[in-house]
Write a protein that binds this ligand. Structure first.
Ligand code: IVH
Length: 678
């Protein structure tokens, strides 16, 4: 939300007072209750609005303004600890240009013509802590607090298994202040929240709040049950030992004396090295066991760090490169329902457009009616929207302070908005469904077709949602088999289509005919059969006919298949219309290599492949599926453990790295040859 344009002094005073009040309340919720009511990025926006107001109109500044206090406030329940060396914060970079500018400032500051070496690390999303070791023994632990004074949390920190109580060295320094981050792994967070839910206790908003809440317990037995972790990344006071010459050397030393450090750390050169690192980490972010909100760049040489020094509360030699915020605040204009491919009715919030994670979001899912009630989201509310990675944006919560009197409650319709059939909700399900089925309900028909052609299913490139919409609306297709009967003229005459795009769609349909069994099973869209189950079915039965003829007992022998899934598969193939669809698809020429029978040795088992660049014919997903079908693994980055790198056109740094490490490099033909001969 943008700041209102205020010109009258009275309005300005009101706005400043409102901002002060709101910021105080959010700061309390965040720091004291460990339960934030708005995203950090929104807090930062309100904070900087107040800050700019105060700078332009100093008479507005009050003694208790939130701008006068930096960082968290120490809790009165804990003893206070004055840090020997202040705990600073980092300047932020968001865009590539900010990083280039940071590197330029560093080089200017060092009067260096050469490129600078940087130590690069992850920016852990937890809370900063100072660990004091005297003669190698942990004697005190303190939170960052306001940077100068923190809370004494020694008793709680002693319960954290990852933090050594004694350093593993025969010659410990007299005094060592280790700086690092306490955090909670995502899996431990999920387990904790499940436990809280079962106990009827409040759930935590995210792993960072769970970590903060766990560390600031007055009873350290509670902390002990909370699976906290720690990574060391910096140093405060040091006496009785030589400071390592580089940041990288510091972390190596830490690792040696038993402190956990970031595995993904690296030393890179110049701005391009920094940006490569950012891209690499962005690509693997979701596979990390814990949350990070960016990466941190530090000039590697300590002598250079010292000559660069500090500006106000942040070092000149380091910066944080943040990922775009995954949460933002906006307003719900309406709540409508969407009909999915299985008839599921999903309430969707129509939003005032807002940028989340770098993408403009206007719709966010509310999952189901119970969720709307549980979260108490109403039309007109200001809400927090989250979008993590590729997942569909969702409404997390509403902001009570900003609820207008005019909000309206959502009412679940009784009839499908698309086909008018009754909406029914069975006792055991949270989901309401349109009873029309794919034959009557165009939304379900479209959904099934979109699923069929989607990337992870039959992967028909160029056949997007809008094209399917047109084809169904014009009654040109009903089932997936109809797709393969489409002619050039029909396609070329559709809106936003021309000869070239029609040809491309036909070529993509043709290419999709050569597939793997797991994809085909997944593409059918059988209820409860996701990608993983489809793979298990293909692996177990080897042939489609065997899946189609399997009894419920036989289906239950498949890993991943329980009674609900088994009965869904049986019901699907018991319907003659579905059997006919499969036959039509096979008659249209869809084929795969059958017989990856269970227990058959996987020729590529234990081999790791990395794909890079564009392969001339195979899509990336198809290549990965073939490798996995042969038992191989597909990894994102090249290391000594990589067995093969499959390189297509415009392969970049991964290819260079493979050449450096002497790893076998294959092109598409080489890959196919390897898989076939194995
Ligand atoms: S160095 C003098 N390194 O980010 C620099 N901080 O905005 C001090 N953080 O309070 C910080 N990961 O809680 C540093 N690898 C990392 C970090 C990191 C997370 C946090 C830390 C600090 C905040 C600064």
């Amino acid at each position: 939300m943008t700041a209102p344009d205020i010109s009258s002094p009275a309005d300005r005073r009101l706005r400043a007072a409102w901002l002060t009040d709101v910021l105080h309340r959010h700061a309390h919720a965040y720091y004291v209750l460990d339960n934030p009511s708005i995203p950090d990025s929104e807090y930062d926006k309100l904070f900087s609005e107040l800050q700019s107001l105060e700078i332009a109109h100093p008479e507005l500044m009050t003694a208790d303004s939130p701008t006068q206090r930096v960082g968290g406030m120490p809790l009165p329940q804990f003893d206070q600890v004055r840090h020997s060396v202040p705990m600073l914060s980092l300047a932020n970079a968001f865009a590539d240009e900010d990083v280039v500018a940071f590197d330029k400032r560093v080089r200017d500051g060092l009067a260096s013509i050469d490129e600078v070496d940087y130590a690069t690390e992850l920016k852990f999303d937890g809370l900063a802590i100072n660990l004091r070791y005297e003669d190698g023994i942990l004697v005190q632990a303190a939170t960052r607090g306001d940077g100068l004074t923190g809370e004494n949390v020694t008793a709680n920190i002693r319960t954290v298994g990852a933090i050594p109580l004694r350093l593993r060295t025969a010659h410990p320094p007299k005094i060592l202040d280790v700086r690092g981050e306490v955090l909670m792994f995502k899996a431990d967070f999920a387990r904790l929240n499940a436990r809280q839910r079962e106990a009827g206790a409040k759930e935590f908003a995210n792993p960072r709040n769970a970590a903060a809440g766990s560390l600031r317990q007055l009873d350290s037995r509670i902390t002990a049950g909370r699976a906290l972790r720690f990574f060391a990344y910096g140093i405060g006071m040091l006496e009785g030992a030589e400071l390592p010459a580089t940041q990288c050397g510091l972390l190596d030393w830490y690792a040696e004396i038993g402190l956990p450090v970031c595995h993904e750390r690296a030393v890179v050169r110049g701005a391009s090295g920094l940006l490569d690192y950012f891209g690499r980490i962005g690509g693997m972010r979701s596979s990390l066991a814990y949350d990070i909100d960016g990466v941190v760049y530090k000039v590697n040489r300590v002598d250079q760090q010292q000559s660069l020094g500090f500006v106000s509360r942040a070092p000149r030699f380091a910066t944080a490169h943040k990922f775009p915020a995954e949460e933002a605040m906006t307003q719900v204009q309406d709540i409508e329902v969407q009909v999915g491919r299985t008839g599921a009715i999903t309430p969707v919030a129509r939003l005032i457009a807002v940028s989340v994670g770098g993408v403009s979001v206007t719709n966010a899912t509310l999952h189901n009616e119970d969720e709307v009630r549980r979260k108490d989201i109403r039309i007109g509310d200001t809400v927090i929207v989250r979008r993590a990675g590729d997942v569909i944006p969702e409404v997390v919560s509403y902001v009570p302070e900003l609820r207008p009197a005019t909000v309206r409650e959502f009412v679940m319709p009784t009839c499908c908005p698309i086909c008018g059939s009754a909406i029914v909700r069975s006792e055991e399900e949270a989901i309401a469904r349109c009873s029309g089925g794919a034959l009557r309900c165009a939304a379900q028909r479209k959904g099934a077709l979109m699923h069929f052609v989607s990337r992870r299913a039959m992967d028909v490139e160029g056949l997007g949602d809008q094209l399917i919409e047109q084809l169904v609306d014009k009654n040109l297709i009903t089932t997936p088999a109809d797709l393969y009967k489409l002619g050039f003229t029909t396609l070329a005459e559709l809106e936003r289509m021309a000869a070239k795009s029609a040809q491309n769609v036909l070529a993509a349909l043709e290419a999709s005919k050569s597939t793997v069994l797991a994809r085909f099973i997944y593409a059918l869209g059988i209820r409860h059969v996701g990608e993983a189950t489809a793979k298990e079915l293909a692996r177990h039965f080897g042939k489609l006919d065997a899946v189609m003829e399997a009894s419920e007992e036989q289906l239950l022998e498949v890993a991943d298949v329980g009674p609900v899934v088994a009965s869904a598969i049986r019901n699907y193939f018991a319907d003659p219309l579905n059997v006919e669809l499969v036959e039509q698809l096979r008659a249209a020429g869809i084929h795969w290599v059958e017989n990856q029978v269970e227990n058959q040795p996987k020729p590529m088992a234990g081999k790791t492949f990395v794909l890079t660049g564009t392969l001339p014919n195979l899509g990336r997903d198809a290549a990965a599926a073939m490798i996995e079908a042969a038992g191989g693994k597909v990894a994102g980055s090249v290391s000594k453990k990589t067995s093969y790198v499959v390189a297509g056109e415009e392969a970049g740094s991964k290819l260079l790295k493979a050449q450096e490490l002497g790893i076998t490099i294959l092109d598409e033909a080489g890959l196919l040859h390897l898989l076939e001969s194995a």
